[in-house]
Design a protein around this ligand. Structure first.
Ligand SMILES: C[S@@+](CC[C@H](N)C(=O)[O-])C[C@H]1O[C@@H](n2cnc3c(N)ncnc32)[C@H](O)[C@@H]1O
Length: 304
């Protein structure tokens, strides 16, 4: 298959048709791109999704193209970036909110007040101890097992084309990823962890340049877009989840399209929830959001 299941605009196997809002906010750490991309004002392509990455890159001075195959998602991202429209809940946030409600009802240490105290910590050693002794207990293991194993609630809830994108033991994987994140990054400076565990919206960015003028929004499929633009049109691309779902033929097609559309020496970043070994796994650990299992950073025309 050379297409992508994301074209349907749905992540959940619910009745009904047509695209929906999937992500009301983004779970990517834009510091990764700011660290590895060529210097601004480079020409960069990102997934529009909820608009957060596009806005962060535009604020950092990049010339941003934000693309999405889902028209609902694109309109939402555009409204947030250009008009400052308020955040809404997409399918991802509805699933996360249900998971948090269940966990807080079952486990005292996961109630909102206790989590707030945990998320205010700034010392990774204390955070790690807190995670191991108060949060990552048998109750959590049971709940996450029921929710995230291949026969669990998540697999049943996901649209068929996206089911196999979730790692086989996502429950143990995700607990290990959270443990790594809290052992490395101060919670008090980790809005991505707070968003995941409490749904807390990140602080509005400090006064600075508006991202509105720096982003061009495009409705379309990423591979088709990269195949259609002149060679060397971009200095960097960042793609998250786009290979979570599609098969190997799509992967090959995307790779060829990136190598043509990004100028030699440019950068490609690719995140996936799937597990990896080696450099991609180590890089994922540098992310402040624990959802990611692999983070590939490639120099076009050579590897980094
Ligand atoms: C790639 S993920 C990004 C979600 C990510 N977890 C985040 O932090 O926002 C979701 C977005 O990418 C879009 N998308 C996925 N594959 C795409 C593709 N091949 N072309 C265009 N958009 C795509 C989806 O429509 C969705 O809005």
């Amino acid at each position: 298959m050379t297409g992508t299941p994301w074209s349907a605009g749905r992540v959940l196997a619910l009745p009904g048709r047509g695209p929906r809002l999937l992500f009301g906010r983004m779970y990517e750490d834009p510091r990764v791109e700011e660290r590895v991309f060529p210097a601004a004002p480079a020409r960069v392509l990102c997934v529009a999704s909820a608009g957060d990455t596009a806005a962060a890159l535009a604020r950092a001075g990049y010339d941003v193209t934000a693309i999405d195959v889902n028209p609902v998602q694109l309109a939402y991202a555009r409204a947030r970036v250009e008009e400052g429209a308020p955040a809404a809940r997409g399918s991802a946030e509805l699933m996360l909110a249900a998971a948090r409600r269940t966990t807080a009802a079952a486990l005292v240490s996961w109630r909102p007040d206790a989590l707030r105290a945990f998320l205010d910590l700034a010392d990774p050693r204390i955070q790690s101890l807190w995670w191991r002794t108060r949060l990552d207990g048998p109750g959590l293991r049971l709940l996450m097992g029921a929710a995230l194993r291949p026969v669990g609630v998540l697999a049943a809830a996901l649209a068929p084309g996206l089911r196999h994108a979730v790692p086989a033991r996502f429950d143990t994987e995700l607990r290990a990823r959270i443990a790594r994140v809290v052992a490395r990054h101060p919670n008090a400076d980790n809005p991505l962890l707070a968003a995941l565990l409490t749904g807390r919206a990140p602080e509005p960015p400090p006064d600075g340049p508006s991202p509105a003028d720096g982003v061009r929004f495009v409705l379309g499929e990423i591979t088709e877009h990269l195949e259609s633009v002149p060679a060397g049109s971009y200095d960097a691309v960042t793609l998250s989840n786009v290979l979570d779902g599609p098969g190997p033929a799509y992967r090959r097609r995307l790779r060829a399209a990136v190598e043509r559309a990004v100028r030699p020496g440019g950068t490609a970043v690719l995140r996936s929830v799937g597990s990896a070994e080696g450099a991609a796994a180590v890089r994922a650990e540098a992310e402040r959001c624990p959802l990611w299992g692999s983070l590939y950073v490639t120099t076009v025309g050579g590897t980094a």
